[in-house]
Structure formats: structure tokens, C-alpha cells
Ligand binder design. Structure first.
Ligand code: 13P
Length: 256
């Protein structure tokens, strides 16, 4: 299976800054056939950046998309509009769940709309610090997986990527903690078991599972060697070009 290195730029960089970053990234990036390098800029930057990138070297992701294809939905951008511009879309990120109130029902519709429009959804799941403290981690993971994948059939599950992002490990979370490889291994094992229960082992094994939460160039190698982890979803460190390039180089080293 490929390795995925995905940079989530969140609400950072103007279109101009994003373009300069990408220009430099493309210059320092060889073509890696076994690594998918992906960045998720703001929606505003996607169209111009899609004309700038070399798709052999890297791909674009949206940070969000709407579940209807068109209509009276002021302020939304649909997956049918994103089609052809991005290859991936982050769906159900914890910042959208907890700041913007997205629930599993809406997230399921977005996953479905992404697949319908040939965009690979990166479905984010993960427990908060208090859910972990109350021993609810497994229930949260199971519920968010079952909820988010509600509309995904056996024929479609190989078009989905799962990202395990425990909210307590995300750098913007107050007093964020660094997840240990053992904690990630346990969660990823559970994710793979849930997927196998839902779709059977053979199909579940085809689903890439990424880890995200305070990933940087120093810990990326350790996280990439956690059994069952196929890549990384990176926030803060992906905004620093050298860090992001170091993480991609680490992935190449670890995976070859
Ligand atoms: P950080 O890497 O800044 O912790 O962010 C993780 C994240 O939320 C990526 O989607």
C-alpha cells in the first residue's frame, strides 16, 4: 500500500503565500511513486494551485466540501465543484465537529458526496481528552466510523482513507499531549477491527489509516513504523517547508 503524507494548512496562508510555498516544495520534491504527497490549502487557493502543481509529484485536498451538489446553500462549496481540482478531501475534522457543530449524520453525507464526485474522502475520527479519561475511546472510534461510513458500500470502501486524530494530541488543543506509538497502535488495531466487522477483512485491509496529532520531523519516523499506519496527517509542521520536506524524506527512508 502507498504511504500518504498529507499537510492540512487549516486557516493559514494567503493565496500568494500558498503559491510561493508550493513553488518551493515542487522544486525540492522528486517524483515518489510509492508516496502520495498531498496538501490541503484553503478553498480559495485550490483553483489557482491546481494549475500550478505537478500532479506526478503531489496532489491537492480540500479541507471541507458540501454534501449537496448544487442549490440554495449560501456560502458552501460542493464536491461537484471541487471535482477535477482536488483528488482528496478532509471530512469530519475535529475542528469542524467541535467548532462548527458537524455531526456524524452530516459527515456521512459529505463522505458519500465526495465519493460520488470522484474525490477520495479522508475521514477524520478520534476521541477528546475527556472521552479518553472516561474510558470511552473505543466507543467513540466505533461510533464515528460506523456513523461516518453509513453510506459507504462494500464497492466503495476502497475509495476511503481514515485518519485517526485524537483531539488531545492536536497541537492547537490546549495542553496537547504527544501520543505514544503504543497508544496509536491500540487505536489503529481497533479501527481495523471495526472496518473488518463492517466490510470483511479483505476489504478492510485495503483502507489506508493515517495518524495525525503533533506530527513533526522528529517523531514522524516512529509513527510511520506503528503497525497498521499508512501515513500521516500533519497540521502545524506542514506549514514549515523544511519540516514538511523532512517528513516526506523520512517516509521515503522508513518505507524503502
Ligand atoms: P497538528 O499537526 O498541528 O497537531 O494538527 C493535526 C491536525 O489537526 C491535522 O489535521
Amino acid at each position: 500500500m502507498k504511504t500518504y503524507i498529507v499537510g492540512n494548512w487549516k486557516l493559514n496562508f494567503t493565496v500568494g503565500e500558498a503559491s510561493i510555498y508550493l513553488h518551493k516544495l515542487l522544486k525540492s520534491l522528486p517524483i515518489y511513486r510509492d508516496i502520495d504527497v498531498v496538501v490541503a490549502p484553503s478553498l480559495l487557493a485550490l483553483q489557482p494551485l491546481s494549475l500550478q502543481i505537478d500532479r506526478h509529484k503531489m496532489k491537492l485536498a480540500a479541507q471541507n466540501g458540501f454534501y449537496q451538489d448544487y442549490g440554495a446553500y449560501t456560502g458552501e462549496v460542493s464536491f461537484s465543484q471541487l471535482r477535477g481540482i482536488v483528488d482528496y478531501a478532509i471530512v469530519g475534522h475535529s475542528e469542524r465537529r467541535y467548532i462548527l457543530g458537524e455531526d456524524d449524520k452530516m459527515i456521512a453525507k459529505k463522505v458519500d458526496a465526495a465519493i460520488r464526485n470522484k474525490v477520495t474522502p479522508i475521514l477524520c475520527i478520534g476521541e477528546t481528552e475527556s472521552e479518553r479519561a472516561f474510558g470511552e475511546t473505543s466507543d467513540v472510534i466505533k461510533d464515528q466510523l460506523a456513523g461516518g461510513l453509513r453510506e459507504v458500500s462494500d464497492d466503495e470502501i476502497d475509495k476511503v482513507i481514515i485518519a485517526y486524530e485524537p483531539v488531545w494530541a492536536i497541537s492547537s488543543t490546549k495542553a496537547a499531549k504527544i501520543a505514544t506509538p503504543d497508544e496509536i497502535a491500540d487505536a489503529v488495531k481497533l479501527i481495523r477491527k471495526c472496518l473488518a466487522d463492517m466490510y470483511g477483512v479483505k476489504l478492510a485491509d485495503k483502507v489506508p489509516v493515517l495518524f495525525g496529532g503533533s506530527v513533526n520531523s522528529s517523531n514522524a519516523g516512529g509513527y510511520l513504523t506503528v503497525p497498521g499506519v499508512n501515513g500521516l496527517l500533519i497540521g502545524g509542521a506542514s506549514l514549515i517547508l523544511n519540516e514538511f520536506v523532512d517528513i516526506i524524506d523520512t517516509a521515503k527512508r522508513v518505507r524503502s
